[in-house]
Write a protein that binds this ligand. Structure first.
Ligand code: NAP
Length: 326
């Protein structure tokens, strides 16, 4: 009797992306190390037969056409937390998307975002834009100090990122309000929902932080009508997605002084065009989409764990709701 064992075929997983090749190589090499029973293979290197064998894909800003060439996909795991571009591109024709989309949920990403939100809230809270302008015009003017407890900061979107940001702000002494689709129960953070809830939070906020995903409901949500409901002199931090803010309305509100300052990390078009009025606007701080970059070391472990668990138990991680778009 032969005692030779048949070695099981590795699970073939496509890597589909439009990110720089060095990053692709890093992802594939780390994932192959973390998942020795799988073969994570670059889409371009798959044969037609192999494309039909892939039931899973790891994606980073994937080309939807390439995903359509993988007819047996059950789910795809994004290496990014925000999947709005993928969702928009996949659903553009109104066609059914036959697989589930899993986005990255990484506590390290939430920690990084909470750090960024705290940093830029403190920048606004301690009047740094004003002092910067005063220095440029050689002015020595001491502005009155306002304690953090006397500043109200609202976080729009109390999801994986927003909830931790709200807690971090609250722990740093700010009065914090939150707004989300469903009311949340977070200690010492008043939570609101729906249109009247938005009106309530805007009318009380000194600083509004956007961490909403971009969906049909949130596109252009922060517009002139919304700014008109804010406390005069409010500041805006947009770390969610650019198109949630109506750019022309924001610039108009900055120009009239209704909004004092905007810290923007995300834009409708990225990189921001060299001619965009934001660059030269004295009341705008432009950041090049850096508030919470994916950390490949922690993210790859999360992606690998989800895939390992799926092959072990058949359990698919919590997926994006195709109807809601997040
Ligand atoms: P998430 O866990 O899906 O949370 C989304 C939150 O928004 C939830 O609280 C949800 O309410 C709320 N929401 C969605 N639609 C709403 C609506 N129409 N009205 C009111 N509330 C609504 O997402 P996340 O992980 O926190 O990430 C949020 C966004 O951050 C991402 O979508 C991405 O755009 C952005 N992001 C930016 C960067 C960066 O570097 N700038 C990095 C990563 C992510 P419910 O809880 O009631 O469902």
């Amino acid at each position: 009797m032969s005692n030779s064992k048949t070695v099981p075929e590795p699970n073939l997983i496509a890597f589909v992306s439009r990110i720089p090749f060095v990053e692709v190589q890093e992802w594939i090499s780390i994932l192959n190390e973390l998942l020795p029973d799988s073969d994570i293979c670059l889409f371009d290197r798959l044969t037609d037969l192999q494309k039909t064998q892939c039931t899973l894909a790891v994606v980073a800003n994937p080309d939807p056409e390439e995903l359509r060439q993988l007819p047996n996909l059950k789910w795809v795991h994004s290496t990014w937390a925000g999947v709005e571009r993928m969702v928009a591109e996949l659903f553009v024709t109104g066609s059914e998307v036959p697989f589930q989309i899993i986005r990255l949920v990484d506590p390290e990403l939430a920690r990084t975002m909470a750090e960024a939100v705290l940093a830029w809230t403190l920048y606004l809270h301690r009047d740094m834009p004003r002092y910067r302008m005063q220095q440029e015009s050689v002015q020595w003017i001491q502005l009155p100090y306002v304690a953090a407890k006397d500043r109200t900061v609202t976080v729009l979107g109390l999801g994986k990122l927003g909830a931790l940001c709200a807690k971090r702000l609250q722990a740093n002494g700010f009065r914090v309000l939150g707004w989300s689709r469903n009311e949340k129960f977070l200690e010492n953070i008043q939570s609101f929902s729906a249109e009247d809830g938005l009106k309530t939070v805007l009318s009380q906020s000194d600083i509004v932080v956007n961490l909403l995903p971009l969906t049909n409901d949130t596109r252009g949500l922060l517009n002139a009508a919304c700014f008109a409901q804010c406390l005069p002199g409010v500041s805006i931090i947009n770390f969610g997605r650019g198109a949630t803010v109506n750019e022309a309305d924001l610039i108009a509100s900055l120009d009239t002084g209704l909004i004092s300052h905007a810290v923007l990390d995300v834009f409708e078009e990225e990189p921001l065009s060299v001619n965009h009025p934001y660059w030269a606007h004295e009341k705008v701080t432009v950041l090049p989409h850096i508030s919470a970059p994916t950390n490949i070391s922690s993210a790859s472990k999360i992606v690998a764990n989800n895939i390992r668990e799926y092959y072990r138990s058949g359990l698919v991680p919590e997926a994006v709701n195709h109807n809601l778009g997040y």
